[in-house]
Design a protein around this ligand. Structure first.
Ligand code: WT7
Length: 632
């Protein structure tokens, strides 16, 4: 199934058609997939409720499209090369035929365990092939997967399990990360102590750590697939049935479960994958993200498999055994399209070019970036030293909520400009709004990035709380989906992302709400109150700066308090959310009405010592001087 646009002119023509008649545009593409029953209405929508339905009454199973459909022509083609954390460990590969059989076996095992269509299943796993099998088996039997990044803590895991009321967890005894091994099973054990919905835990043996297994609840992955049939009737899903939930942070409250549905997500991930990366038959694609994030869902699992692609899955980290690992893996598998995050590029830049130039990267055709704005220095380094000035850099802007890439060049077809994500993909009606919600038509302007028409892979709701979806995304500007980002358009209409305009911080491409980190800090016995802001960080993009009011009557050492506060964040969310800086303060700058003036705290975190703008509403201006003089 070739969905590829082949020239820039064709892109422009397709874009125009997709705006003129979106239903027609997407229905031509959707017809190329395997449906059990053709849909009746291509699109029904309004952004007020919101109510978005694509390909209504169509019936399908996404796994038939990414496995069964390929078997005849690509059965013996490699679907994934798996590269272990340890370079001396022999890698594995799995063909489409083999993947199909593994998925069928595990699907049968899930059904035998009582899993039914619509059940929620939590996946908390390392970067191994069985994780892909688990994801696809859920999809095959119509269970809704909720993948939780294995860097999240027990508490974070429990919150997400409870929110989705999952009945089963799929995990492993542990995982390998550089020189470390991380125990996952014990994290799950702690989490499920507070999750009465969990009936079963399926455990994959990854590190031979022999964890305790609770009789009647815990089963080994290898035991339950034993003897299972290698075929499995897929569940028939409606186009709008849920495919998965993925939790992501927002400016308020606990993370929300973004819901994606079967038909639209399938069409858009396949379409965007082929076009952005200009993937051709025989190419080898590598996305370095973790499957626990949306990038892994859409561009390790669904997009590439729908396209019948061959990809690499990597268990390890970019700096183990040394900072040349990415490039060694690119050489080893002759990677043609490489997709990573700016934070990884920035951290590797520091190690110099010797570890890059050792490897043959001549197979590369397209190199991609995702997750946060890529600064000019990193862009140039990537373009010159990895792409050898021969490969276009596709700077792909999108979100968990958009399901697929919204802004990006299409391989070498499109013009590119450092730090600019570029133009919207066909079907994506991107706009900039001013503060009043009026569309900015002219170029060379800056505004709030919004989308004014549905696309197939957009979120449909936030799990269990539709009002939240409406309030967060559809209520700021009437009739528009609000991304939470600010952006500029250059003289040619190319978009450049400025960053979040809400209380969301992006640390190494990971998204956290300031409120969520504050909540974790506030559980600490020393903390009375806290305020968290982001600040520019050379490697991570943004760092986390926490101002914490501590109880003055305690006698603990400052360093002891700070490590205890750090520990609270590790426990509440995970190590990935640990503040880079914690400043103990006697109070937070508040307005007379009690609102924290974050604007001032942000400036202080950025290193500003004065010029805080209008501070006339501050209750206690001396507090600010105090915070400035002790700032980190
Ligand atoms: C936020 C979404 C979707 C991939 C991983 C992150 C920022 C994402 C870019 C980019 C500038 C970017 C935005 C966005 N972002 N890609 N190419 N240039 N910023 O997914 O966790 O849902 O975060 O990441 O701020 O809103 P996510």
């Amino acid at each position: 199934m070739d969905l590829r646009i082949k020239s820039y002119q064709e892109y422009k023509d397709n874009y125009a058609q997709s705006i003129e008649n979106p239903e027609e545009f997407w229905s031509v593409i959707a017809k190329k997939f395997t449906w059990k029953k053709q849909w009746k209405t291509t699109l029904e929508w309004n952004f007020n409720e919101p109510n978005i339905k694509w390909f209504q009454e169509g019936e399908l199973n996404i796994t038939e499209n990414l496995l069964d459909r390929h078997l005849e022509t690509k059965g013996e083609q490699v679907a994934f090369y798996w590269e272990a954390n340890d370079p001396s460990e022999v890698g594995k590969s799995i063909t489409y035929n083999e993947l199909y059989k593994e998925v069928c076996k595990f699907s049968n095992a899930l059904r035998q365990s009582g899993v039914k269509k619509g059940d929620r299943i939590c996946i908390y796993m390392p970067m191994v092939l069985e994780s892909v099998v688990a994801i696809l088996a859920c999809a095959r039997v119509g269970a809704i997967h909720s993948i939780i990044f294995a860097g999240f803590s027990s508490n974070a895991l429990a919150d997400r399990i409870n929110d989705a009321q999952a009945k089963l967890v799929i995990t492993s005894d542990g995982l390998n990360r550089g020189t470390k091994q991380v125990d996952l099973k014990s994290m799950v054990d702690v989490a499920v102590n507070s999750c009465s919905c969990i009936e079963k835990i399926i455990v994959l043996n990854c590190i031979n750590s022999n964890p305790p297994m609770q009789e009647g609840r815990d089963v080994w992955y290898n035991d339950i697939i034993k003897g299972q049939s290698t075929t499995c009737q897929p569940e028939i899903m409606n186009s709008e049935d849920m495919l998965f939930i993925l939790y992501t942070s927002g400016s308020t409250g606990k993370p929300k479960g973004v819901v994606h549905t079967c038909g639209g997500y399938m069409v858009y991930t396949a379409y965007s994958f082929q076009n952005v990366f200009q993937y051709e038959e025989g190419d080898v694609f590598w996305c370095t993200a973790d499957i626990g994030w949306i990038t892994g869902h859409s561009y390790i699992v669904y997009g590439p498999l729908l396209a019948g692609a061959t990809s690499v899955i990597f268990e390890g980290v970019p700096t183990y055994p040394d900072a040349g690992r990415f490039w060694q893996v690119c050489e080893k598998y002759n990677v043609n399209q490489f997709y990573t995050a700016p934070t990884a590029i920035r951290s590797l830049m520091a190690f110099g070019l010797d570890v890059v130039n050792k490897y043959d990267l001549s197979a590369l055709k397209v190199i991609g970036s995702v997750g946060e704005p890529i600064n000019e220095e990193a862009w140039n380094w990537y373009f010159e030293n990895i792409g050898k000035k021969n490969c276009p850099v596709v700077d792909t802007w999108w979100q968990t909520e958009t399901g697929g890439i919204m802004l990006s060049g299409l391989g070498k077809l499109s013009p590119m400009k450092p730090t600019h994500a570029g133009y919207p993909l066909p079907g994506i009606q991107m706009v900039l709004l001013d503060g009043d919600g009026t569309e900015i038509i002219e170029n060379q302007q800056e505004g709030y990035l919004c989308i004014k028409f549905p696309w197939p892979s957009m979120l449909r709701t936030t799990y269990g709380d539709h009002d939240r979806c409406k309030n967060v995304y559809f209520s700021n500007y009437d009739g528009y989906y609000f991304t939470g980002d600010g952006a500029k358009r250059d003289e040619n209409g190319m978009y450049r992302i400025i960053g979040r305009v809400d209380d969301v911080i992006n640390v190494s491409g990971h998204r956290f709400g300031t409120a969520e980190i504050e909540d974790a800090i506030n559980t600490n016995k020393f903390a009375l109150e806290s305020a968290v802001v982001g600040y520019p960080h050379d490697i991570k993009g943004q760092g986390i700066y926490a101002y914490v009011v501590v109880d003055g009557t305690n006698s603990a050492e400052q360093s002891q308090i700070i490590s205890s506060l750090t520990e609270s964040v590790s426990e509440g969310i995970g190590k990935i959310a640990k503040p880079d800086k914690i400043q103990l303060v006697t109070g937070l700058p508040k307005t007379r009405s009690g609102k924290i003036m974050r604007r001032i705290l942000r400036k202080i975190a950025e290193g500003e010592k004065s010029n805080f703008g209008d501070t006339s509403t501050l209750l206690d201006p001396t507090l600010v001087e105090d915070i400035v003089s002790n700032s980190l």
